[in-house]
Design a protein around this ligand. Structure first.
Ligand code: IMP
Ligand code: MG
Length: 215
């Protein structure tokens, strides 16, 4: 297939994707709405928008272009240490702010809020650094799996069922980030990995606690 054919049908499903959950078109419309909501909420405040690497990079790029007020932009990469579902409250910062969050209205932009452990600890850390406020904007909210409170989760793109999703920046073992939609990864992809390489869920768990394959 030529590259032209490929981009003529960007929502054409990848063979490893069981079902498209949110198509390009649906994502685009909701992100335009989020841009309006954020622009109204932070009018006149010059907020500092921080994309949480790596999963949020595509969403972040589209979101900031839907904002109609002046903002500043940065990236952060961090993981909370914990055992199983319990967070120790310690934070491993892989990439810190370049712009000082002190005295700023900070908006953390995330791909998925899952257990909530990382954003719970990261938000406290940013407040400890003297931020005026920290709000979270996430593309997907997997609220069924919440283990830590995330009271500052104020802007949500979509609900996400308790299933493993990829695409639109979101990966499994660093793959599928480039897909222009969000879709369910076929369980057979995990099974294959379990029998041939490493257990998918172990890698997923490691990513949350140890940041083994990026963040
Ligand atoms: P938590 O909220 O601290 O549990 O971590 C959320 C992070 O886990 C997200 O930013 C993703 O990196 C990862 N994550 C959670 N659910 C999924 C999924 O379905 N696919 C890929 N990554 C996921
Ligand atoms: Mg993430």
């Amino acid at each position: 297939m030529s590259s032209i054919e490929r981009w003529e049908s960007p929502d054409t499903k990848h063979a490893d994707i069981e079902e498209i959950l949110y198509s390009q078109d649906v994502l685009k419309k909701r992100i335009a709405e989020l841009g309006r909501e954020l622009s109204e909420a932070y009018e006149g405040q010059l907020p500092l928008f921080a994309g949480v690497l790596t999963g949020a990079f595509v969403f972040f790029g589209d979101l900031v272009r839907a904002i109609t007020i002046p903002i500043e932009v940065d990236f952060v990469a961090a993981h909370s240490y914990g055992h199983g579902m319990e967070s120790s409250g310690k934070l491993d910062i892989k990439k810190d702010f370049r712009i000082d969050p002190k005295g700023r209205e900070v908006v953390l932009v995330e791909d998925i809020v899952d257990t909530g452990l990382t954003l719970n600890v990261l938000s406290k850390h940013i407040m400890d650094r003297g931020a005026k406020s920290v709000s979270i904007c996430t593309l997907l909210d997997k609220r069924a799996r919440r283990a830590a409170p995330v009271p500052n989760l104020k802007f949500i793109g979509f609900d996400c069922p308790d299933q493993f999703v990829v695409g639109y920046g979101i990966d499994w073992a660093e793959r599928y980030r480039y897909l222009p939609y969000v879709g369910y990864l076929r369980p057979s992809v995990y099974s294959k990995a379990i029998s041939e390489q490493e257990p998918a869920q172990d890698r997923f768990r490691e990513e949350k606690t140890g940041c083994r394959n990026g963040c």
